[in-house]
Design a protein around this ligand. Structure first.
Ligand code: GLA
Length: 387
């Protein structure tokens, strides 16, 4: 991948003198879904796949973007004086958003850049290609302009830009996982205060298999923002009867005792998911520490049911993948991962069952949905780096 972006850079911009190459990973979330904007816990890990960039400073204020994933768009030319979102800017709204967010914090770039990108995260798979692009951008800005930011700052800046430049009210999980990734570890993050710990995720005799449904329903962003406001409404009503800062502050018992404060039935279901999912995540990490993979898997399965029935962010295609996975001997747990409405599932599968898993789930998906699923046995990698 490094050679690919460098070759392309040379082809487009003449030579590669003084060019640096950077990488930032995508992520998969093991458990703790739709808890990150509710002050709850998440448990994602960075992947070894992600986004690469070859970057060099320019003498003027121009920004030249080129993505090997969208070659038909050619070089997209803009400048440091045009850091405003626009539909026409397409994917460049992500790096531009990060540049804008740095400037908002007083970190202004004093010259433009030539940038060639290439990513190996399947598009629209829900494995955080956009967060990896944001973290990548922040990382090369820090390196090239000497901006004084930590990797946690990069996660915050990425989220801020996505919320305020790209109009997606995401939580911090994806950017945090990309910026703070650690090989062979998942990140147990409390989004209430950003305290975190790394938990080893080297599974004895099992693999993490990500299954791509290859569908992405267009309602992802709009429905995401709706869920978020439903949770906010539920929180406000609960706050009239209990003293909490977020839904993540409640145990299941406290929720059950106070849920009558929430007027709307749909909001009750959304809040229930947020509360129970947070507690499941805490328990799952505990189970992993106790080497109880079986319990970890059961909690993953329960997470799926809750996302399907209470949070209603699954879809038929994903439900088929999960149901079929549950039927295969040697599957420890399987659930939807990421924002929902398509994308991927994550499963823990015993080593000896991986091939059968791919075959059976793949065939059933083809038969029931009429589409081809892709399978990736993933490895957990580090955060961003200069290569
Ligand atoms: C998307 C968002 C994250 C998180 C997940 C759901 O990936 O970007 O912040 O809310 O959905 O867990």
């Amino acid at each position: 991948m490094k050679a690919m972006v460098l070759n392309k850079f040379e082809e487009l911009f003449g030579d590669v003198n003084g060019v640096n190459v950077y990488f930032a990973p995508g992520r998969v979330n093991m458990i703790g879904e739709h808890t990150d904007y509710n002050g709850g816990h998440v448990f994602p890990c960075a992947l070894t796949i992600g986004t690469y960039a070859a970057v060099r400073k320019r003498a003027d204020r121009k920004l030249n973007f080129y993505s090997m994933n969208f070659e038909e768009s050619g070089i997209i030319e803009t400048s440091l004086d045009e850091l405003t979102p626009s539909d026409a800017a397409g994917w460049t709204n992500y790096p531009k958003g990060v540049m804008w967010a740095f400037a908002e914090r007083g970190m202004k770039m004093d010259c433009g850049l030539d940038i060639v990108l290439n990513g190996n995260i399947p598009n629209g798979s829900g494995l955080s290609s956009s967060a990896s692009l944001e973290v990548l951008t922040g990382y090369y800005l820090k390196d090239l302009y000497g901006f004084d930011v930590t990797n946690i700052d990069l996660a915050k800046i990425g989220q801020y830009s996505e919320n305020n430049f790209n109009g997606m009210n995401c939580g911090i999980m994806d950017q945090f996982a990309s910026a703070m990734g650690k090989k062979d570890h998942a990140i147990f993050l409390d989004t209430a205060d950003l305290s975190y710990e790394y938990a080893p995720l080297v599974l004895d005799g099992a693999k993490i298999v990500v299954t791509n449904s290859n569908v992405k329903h267009s309602l992802v962003n709009s429905e995401y923002n709706v869920r978020r406001s439903e949770c906010e409404k539920a929180l406000e009503e609960l706050q009239t009867v209990v003293k909490i800062n977020g839904l993540g502050d409640l145990t299941e018992e406290q929720f059950e005792a106070n849920k009558s404060a929430i007027k709307d039935e749909v909001c009750v279901k959304r809040a229930k998911h947020a509360v129970y999912e947070n507690q499941r995540t805490i328990r799952a990490v505990e189970a992993l520490k106790n080497n109880d993979l079986k319990l970890f898997g059961e909690l993953m399965n329960a997470s799926h049911v809750s996302l399907r029935d209470d949070y209603q962010v699954s879809c038929d295609e994903i439900d088929v993948l999960v149901e079929e996975a549950w039927k295969v001997d040697g599957v420890i747990g399987s659930r939807i991962t990421g924002g929902g409405f398509g994308g991927c599932t994550v499963s823990i599968v015993k080593d000896e069952a991986v091939e059968t898993f791919k075959q059976k789930v793949g065939e059933a998906y083809k038969e029931r949905v009429g589409k081809t699923a892709d399978f990736y046995v993933v490895e957990i990698g580090d955060g961003p780096s200069r290569l």
